[in-house]
Design a protein around this ligand. Structure first.
Ligand code: ADP
Ligand code: MG
Length: 208
């Protein structure tokens, strides 16, 4: 499966500039894992692709505190969607200089500006995150920047087990992790699932 997806990603080109592949799906579905595997496989074949996560556009805790939204970090209104849109536009058509994108550090749960360098030779951006296909502004304009959008999914019980395990791995006690999944991640998952029909390709990651 990965070979076929790698070939498809390699074949993407965009007359408007650099191609941008978007991967979306519910929390824990495997978006980041697939993006890493793809970029790794593309590099192995000498193809210049770079991973740029939507998670880098999480608002910082200081900003979330001002907005009173820290207790639901990960919801659509806890991201800098306009900043993400501006960066995707730069990534599409800026070739004279490196473009730097932020990453999200899961240890401290904070975005870090200037973490990811996209150099001029880069031909494909692989970006991934929860809300790429959402219908509220500015997300439809983000969708327009994507050459293709892929929606990844696994059975819900497997996804939830992995999601709780990931929260525990990054420091939450098991009970708090389960509560966070039920109260924060799953409402987000329902919104994301409602955007499923807007994708160009659906991928069952159970076999990965
Ligand atoms: N094929 C797989 N086998 C085992 N664990 C996986 C697999 N794919 C993903 N995971 C794990 O499941 C969790 C969720 O995957 P991740 O890629 O972080 O999802 P997303 O980015 O969609 O939230 C991670 O901890 C990841 O390591
Ligand atoms: Mg992820």
């Amino acid at each position: 499966m990965l070979d076929r997806l790698t070939d498809r990603a390699r074949g993407l080109s965009d007359p408007g500039g650099r191609a941008i592949l978007g991967i979306t799906g519910c929390p824990g579905a495997g978006k980041s894992t697939l993006a890493h595997l793809l970029v790794q496989a593309l590099h192995k074949g000498g193809f210049p692709a770079v991973w740029v996560p939507m998670d880098g556009f999480h608002l910082a805790d200081a900003a979330l505190d001002r907005l009173g939204r820290r207790d639901r970090k990960g919801a659509i209104d806890t991201f800098d969607g306009h900043g993400y849109l501006a960066t995707l536009r730069r990534l599409r058509d800026e070739f004279d200089n490196p473009v730097y994108a932020p990453d999200f550090d899961r240890e401290i749960e904070q975005p870090i500006a200037g973490s990811i360098a996209v150099d001029p030779a880069t031909r494909l951006i692989v970006t991934e995150g929860n809300y790429l296909l959402s219908r509220t502004d500015p997300w439809p304009r983000i969708r327009e920047q994507l050459t293709e959008a892929w929606y990844v999914e696994v059975a819900d019980d497997l996804r939830l087990t992995r999601l709780v395990a990931r929260h525990v791995r990054f420091g939450k006690p098991p009970e708090a992790a389960r509560r966070w999944v039920a109260e924060v991640d799953e409402p987000n998952a329902r919104l994301i699932a409602s955007t499923r029909d807007r994708a160009d390709l659906h991928i069952d990651l159970s076999q990965l």
